[in-house]
Design a protein around this ligand. Sequence first.
Ligand code: HEM
Length: 247
Amino acid sequence: MMKTQPSKASIRLERKHPLAIRWMHWVNFPLIFLMIWSGLLIYWNDSDNAYHHPHAVYRVGIGGVTLVRLFPAWFWKAIHAPFHVTQGLGIHFFFMWFFALNGIAYVLFLAFSGEWRFLVPEKGSLRDAIQVTLTDLHLRKEVPPQTKYNGAQRFAYTGVILMGLGMLVSGLAIYKPTQAHWLTALLGGYEMARWEHFWLAMGFVAFFLVHVTQVVLAGWNNFRSMVSGREIRATNEPSLEAERRSW
Ligand code: HEM
């Protein structure tokens, strides 16, 4: 996401994000928050702090050496997690349907509107992503020309959609391990599916932190486009409407 500051004489207002994408994007934000928060309330039960399971299931370490325990006692206290397992389960199993429906609607919209062409990595996206990263790190000056999204965004957004799919599939595998036993087995068994579900959630948190940092760095014009749908673009930047007409 590059900050562009075109001179007033060479700018135009262009339709960037269709209404459906904007709605589904902003609905997704509180849903993900609720799913992660309620997921943590559930996980507390199996963490160090629980009475009956005195072992931390998830940790970051090398061999037997633990570097970080997920999560330390102060974290659980800070989010008021202790003894809210049933509340967590209720919230998780209620909002998961909305997360699934919103995600499926988003993917269907991308597919049928043709907007997926802006989002999925294409030939040259990897090179573009490397150049964008070098520019972000101030190791390169020029910004490669981009349509709606640059290579790095294409990989990040396609990646997070796949992570969403992984979240649903692994969630289903641990929600109904008996009825969906074939799915649980496909994911490597119950414990493995649980491990995948947890680390995908951590991946969402990592994506969120990078995404919001990039949005802040990209500036107001870019953020406003996800609300109003329109963006001020320089006339020498590739036209999004022209690209849409070419599909
Ligand atoms: C405070 C929270 C968030 C803010 C301020 C935010 C902001 C934005 C903005 C401004 C864009 C447009 C980028 C551009 O045009 O260059 C965008 C796109 C996107 N964001 Fe977010 N976002 C947030 C949360 C999330 C979350 C939680 C997810 C998913 C885990 C997410 C996934 C995406 C995706 C997939 C796109 C591409 C949408 C498309 O064009 O189809 N965002 N976001």
